[in-house]
Write a protein that binds this ligand. Structure first.
Ligand code: FDA
Length: 305
């Protein structure tokens, strides 16, 4: 049943007509639990609240699967405005983005030009930028763009997904770039030809790549809400005397907020992924797919109104 619901929401997350309807009717149906508002002003307010609790942030101007250059350039402009706001307000925040929102599906030229503009602005304001990882069909292209940009900029990182069979090889090959990587389980619906179908295998691979990347001496963001993975990381860093500066935990805005604060109190670095903007639909559907309890939460919200 849980798997059926997950597939249903992942199917909805890629539905273009629904994305357009959702965009038109604004932040509805409980999405505001996971999205910090539609404007940069609302996002800045949220970041300040999180920073006041010693939680650092990575800010994401929502957008994905863009198929025209004008829109891709506009999302890049918005991301630059977000970087400038982070700099001006002296916020403890990085930036996250998806390459399909920068024109990955249009051409290499569009995506690289937009990324260069963003990384240049980010460098000026001392902001680190993480390239999110999207579905499997864009994985190799995303890694190629990352490698190209990494040769020019030191303020860029990317994400590696534990559910893919190719992941261990990617960690090995990326090591020469000494990359700052966010490690996650993976959020898209993928075929058994490319990804582990069983959760236990994903979890095992997740632990494996956390260990590999940390012991390679690279900065590692362990992005998960799963206590088993968090406790594993804590034991690992203790055993290998890995310094606090070499890793952090990351969680999504609106998910396990109390746990986020607890980890900070225990002395760990915790970064919260804060999405904002009007294009919240696909992101929201993926969060519903991750946890049926979230659907109940949203339904309660609808019927209360
Ligand atoms: P898992 O899904 O196994 O959940 C473990 C426990 O965490 C659950 O039992 C529950 O208690 C809690 N939990 C998990 N999800 C919850 C939810 N939605 N609501 C409430 N509780 C929940 N993916 C990707 O493919 N590309 C990317 O670039 C990113 N980026 C990214 C950034 C950050 C900061 C995070 C935290 C996650 C991502 N992800 C991602 C998403 C990731 O791949 C994955 O889908 C989710 O984090 C859920 O997996 P968990 O590791 O949390 O474990």
């Amino acid at each position: 049943m849980e798997q059926l619901m997950r597939n249903f929401f992942l199917f909805l997350s890629k539905n273009k007509p629904l994305t357009k309807v959702a965009r038109k009717y604004g932040l509805k149906f409980g999405a505001s639990r996971f999205v910090a508002g539609e404007s940069i002003t609302q996002a800045v307010k949220t970041i300040k609240e999180l920073n006041s609790k010693n939680l650092s942030v990575t800010l994401d101007y929502l957008g994905e699967f863009v198929d025209n250059e004008v829109e891709a350039n506009l999302i890049a402009d918005h991301s630059i405005l977000a970087i400038e706001a982070i700099g001006k307000e002296k916020l403890n925040s990085q930036l996250s983005l998806k390459l399909t929102s920068m024109g990955l599906d249009i051409s290499e030229e569009v995506v690289i030009n937009n990324m260069r503009r963003i990384l240049k602005a980010a460098k000026e304001h001392d902001v680190f930028v993480t390239i999110d990882m999207e579905d499997y069909s864009r994985c190799q292209k995303t890694i190629d763009v990352f490698k190209k940009l990494r040769k020019e900029f030191d303020n860029v990182g990317t994400v590696i997904q534990a559910y893919l069979y190719r992941t261990v090889k990617d960690i090995e090959e990326l090591n020469e770039y000494k990359p700052n990587l966010r490690l996650v389980k993976g959020a898209y619906k993928e075929a058994a030809e490319v990804a582990f179908p069983m959760k236990k295998d994903v979890d095992e691979n997740f632990k494996n790549i956390i260990k590999m990347h940390l012991l390679n001496g690279n900065f590692t963001a362990v992005a998960t809400h799963d206590d088993e993975m968090i406790e594993y990381t804590k034991r690992l860093v203790k055993k290998h005397h890995i310094k606090q500066e070499q890793f952090e935990f990351q969680m999504l805005y609106g998910i396990r907020s109390e746990r986020q604060e607890e980890l900070v109190k225990e002395g760990y670095a915790m970064r919260v992924y804060v999405p904002f903007g009007t294009d919240w639909y696909g992101y929201f559907m993926r969060r519903l797919g991750e946890r049926p309890a979230n659907v109940a939460f949203v339904l309660k919200g609808i019927f209360k109104k």
